[in-house]
Design a binder for this molecule. Structure first.
Ligand code: DAH
Length: 348
């Protein structure tokens, strides 16, 4: 019986080590070990010479070995079949004619607003701005009061607000200037951030107005920041975004959070300044509001305006997108019309 056990062990080793590499070798494996005259069969035939107890013990070993050999056989067969698949041509496998033109796979694209937002972020990051974000549901302090717009301030009328509740006040933020407040209350100076995000206003939806749109806010607060720094930063932005031939002008304006304040126009990207319907025949289009951060705003965040100064600006992403891609209807951005969206595949 010991001899038989040894034989079983030797055979198990041989089976474990065997590695047939193609269909022919696999068949040889099967015949040698599992075939009707194979080595396993031969060992089984020796069971007859044993007494009942030995028969039981050796029988178990042999059945176990047979199972092992069958498993090995199945594994080798699978491996060999797979290697055949990878070495045969596609036409052999699927029965297709690979010389026929392929079926086009639909290719997705980024939304035009995402393309422009990413480009804006890239430009400002290249000159040291970090990206900051804030919530779209805001309280009165961050959206209005801390930005120099106390409850009865007339400037609140400039923005038609969606109120979620009146007491306490919760609003859908009307501008990304609210993120200025969040940054100033939480980050150590100096800060140099841009804040891209969605904003909401209670406007009737039309080609020129929408109840939500997107802005990028900029804020730089440090020592000795001047209006010249603001202008230079915005010149750089325009040149990167629209090209060096684009002209820029600043007009004095009013915003509660900046003093002095300005609006910035660029020469019309459609007519190059000659006058067209987009620029209402002025040759200029306004793209942003900006100014030096109001001292009162700095004080709201315990920042001494005698030591620190800063500039801020805010612009609409839709407007930049309109000027870059001539999108003439704000509603297109949120209608998910594939005929519109597909035009931007090449723009990525
Ligand atoms: N928050 C203004 C708006 O939504 C845009 C703006 C103007 C932002 C001037 C600024 C700024 O930071 O300095 O119309």
């Amino acid at each position: 019986m010991d001899d038989l056990l040894k034989e079983i062990q030797t055979l198990r080793q041989a089976i474990a080590l065997a590695s047939p590499n193609d269909a022919q070798e696999l068949e040889a494996f099967r015949i040698r070990y599992l075939g009707s005259k194979g080595q396993l069969k031969q060992l089984f035939s020796k069971l007859g010479m044993l007494d009942a107890a030995q028969k039981k013990a050796i029988g178990r070993e042999l059945n176990d070995l047979k199972q092992f050999a069958e498993n090995q056989y199945a594994a080798h067969r699978q491996r060999i079949q797979q290697s055949q698949v990878s070495t045969s041509t596609a036409s052999e496998i699927a029965g297709v004619d690979i010389t026929l033109p392929g079926e086009p796979l639909p290719l997705g694209s980024h939304h035009p607003l995402s393309i422009v937002r990413r480009e804006m972020v890239r430009i400002f990051e290249s000159i040291g701005f970090a990206v900051a974000e804030g919530p779209e549901i805001e309280d009165d302090w961050h959206n209005f009061t801390s930005l120099n717009m106390p409850p009865d301030h007339p400037a609140r009328d400039m923005q038609d607000t969606f109120y979620l509740s009146r007491d306490p006040v919760w609003v859908l933020r009307t501008h990304t200037s609210s993120v200025q407040a969040r940054v100033l209350e939480s980050q150590p100076l100096p800060v140099r951030v841009i804040c891209p995000g969605r904003v909401y206003r209670n406007e009737t939806i039309s080609a020129r107005a929408h109840c939500f749109f997107h802005q990028v806010e900029g804020l730089y607060v440090s020592q000795q920041v001047s209006f010249a720094d603001l202008k230079q930063t915005l010149y750089y932005f325009v040149e990167e975004m629209f090209g060096h031939h684009t002209r820029v002008r600043f007009r004095p304006s009013y915003f509660p959070f900046t003093e002095p304040s300005a609006e910035m126009d660029i020469s019309c990207t459609v007519c190059g300044g000659k006058g067209c319907s987009l620029c209402k025949y002025t040759g200029w289009v306004e793209i942003l509001g900006c100014g030096m951060v109001h001292p009162d705003l700095l004080r709201n965040f315990q920042i001494d305006p005698e030591v620190y100064t800063g500039y801020a600006f805010g612009m609409g992403i839709e407007r930049i997108c309109q000027l870059k891609y001539r999108v003439n209807d704000l509603r297109l951005y949120s209608q998910n019309d594939l005929r519109f969206l597909r035009q931007f595949i090449a723009a990525i």
